[in-house]
Design a protein around this ligand. Structure first.
Ligand SMILES: [Zn+2]
Length: 423
């Protein structure tokens, strides 16, 4: 049993509670009490302690592009060509090394859990490795090395795009494809994960890369194994245009036509939606994952986060391409983007932003965590509050004025996985 004593802790309300004592047994919270005075044997955490923050959408290998693509011209599609060149260089060993560094950076920034949206499955020419899950295992080993909690979102990718019809994968895309949805299910059946901090999830790369029949197979598989299901959805107008031209419906409605818009779905980006899409995602209680630092870098646009939340969808965030790894920046950008788009402040409350980062993100990755309450997974982040502010302003100070360098401690399953020099 470990005892933590938090100067301030966010337990889900409008303001943090002072003097919160948290007992951890195994990898879960056992008791929470407040206000209390610190016991001599308690681990003292100064500043604001919040539940672990989930990075719901990550492509670890994109981290290698940081600083090398941002000043270029072009669009999402020209950036994608650079990313494809990089994808051809990686093997399981180099991928493990790169992912280890990325996951360490996440822990140091306050992310305790990651959803690795993984589609770099096979050898550069498309042939399987001797172990067809070699690249997946490299990622899981990297996560184990660092201590981050992970959901490996193993993605089905069959086609290189949607033109008049689906186009065969070209170049680097051949690494991504399993050839068929059935082959994807067989590969996932062979991927056994035993660690208490690791699990597998299902993903459909996008409506560009998977046809509706194959989507339905992934959906059935996810339901049968109770896996979360993620998809890139309407990140770019061109994706909507092609989907409308070929299928006569938007990507959201195409997903709905195969019965996938429900509470188990996480729609990543959800940027270019019409009103019917927003209503359907909201009515289905789907989750929308915004990746604002990547979406602005790639000139994607601003997704309708406030309208989605009002319609009933849950929100969460991810750092996606890792141009920036900073959950506080990602969370405040959800609100600040809405201010820029609507000329109105206060579209998302600070507790709602924290809920997106914590409990909603954990739920989207299939974990019972993201909240400081008895029985929940004992993942915590402590953020230094440098300003001398009244209690009612502490949460807003952390979200709107904090940065990754203010994170002093990160715990996963009750274990310390990061501590900075000030902590
Ligand atoms: Zn992505």
């Amino acid at each position: 049993m470990t005892t933590f004593w938090c100067e301030w802790a966010w337990l889900g309300g409008d303001r943090p509670e002072p003097g919160v004592e948290i007992l951890v047994s195994g990898d879960r919270f056992a008791e929470i009490a407040h206000p209390t005075a610190p016991r001599p044997d308690a681990v003292r955490l100064s500043g604001l302690t919040v539940p672990g923050i989930a990075n719901v959408h990550s492509h670890a290998f994109h981290r290698a592009l940081r600083g090398r693509t941002h000043s270029g011209t072009g669009s999402f599609w020209t950036w994608r060509d650079r990313m494809y060149e990089l994808a051809l260089d990686l093997d399981p060993d180099s991928y493990r090394g790169l992912a280890t560094q990325v996951f360490q950076e996440m822990l140091a920034s306050g992310y305790t859990a990651v959803g690795e949206f993984h589609y770099l499955h096979h050898q550069p020419g498309g042939a399987a490795y001797a172990d067809p899950n070699a690249m997946s295992r490299a990622i899981l080993e990297a996560a184990a090395e660092t201590g981050i909690r992970i959901t490996l979102l193993d993605a089905l990718y069959l086609f290189g795009g949607l033109d008049q019809d689906y186009v065969a994968p070209q170049g680097a895309q051949r690494r991504y494809s399993d050839g068929s949805a059935e082959a994807w299910t067989e590969r996932l059946d062979a991927l056994h994960v035993a660690s208490p901090t690791q699990r597998v999830g299902a993903a459909i790369h996008s409506v560009r890369a998977v046809d509706p029949e194959a989507m339905a197979i992934v959906g059935d598989y996810a339901r049968r194994r109770a896996l979360p299901l993620h998809i890139h959805l309407s990140e770019q107008p061109a994706e909507n245009d092609r989907c409308l031209a070929v299928h006569g419906v938007t990507p959201t409605m195409l997903l709905d036509s195969v019965g996938l818009v429900d509470e188990n779905l996480t729609a990543v980006h959800a940027t270019h939606l019409d009103e019917a899409d927003i209503s359907r995602l909201g009515a289905g209680r789907a989750t929308a994952c915004f990746c604002p630092t990547t979406e602005r870098d790639l000139a994607d646009g601003i997704g309708p986060s406030a309208a989605l939340a009002a319609a009933g969808a849950r929100l969460c965030v991810g750092s996606d391409s890792h141009a920036v790894i900073d959950p506080l920046e990602e969370l405040r950008a959800v609100e600040l983007n809405q201010r820029l788009a609507t000329l109105t402040r206060g579209n998302h409350s600070v507790p709602d932003l924290l809920t997106a980062g914590t409990v909603n993100g954990y739920r989207a990755l299939g974990w019972d965590g993201g909240r400081i309450e008895r029985g929940s997974l004992a993942d915590l982040v402590t953020i230094s509050i440098r300003e001398d502010v009244a209690p009612e302003h502490i949460l807003a100070t952390a979200i709107f004025a904090g940065a990754r360098c203010d994170v002093t401690h990160t715990f996963v399953g009750g274990s310390l996985v990061y501590q900075n020099s000030q902590g």
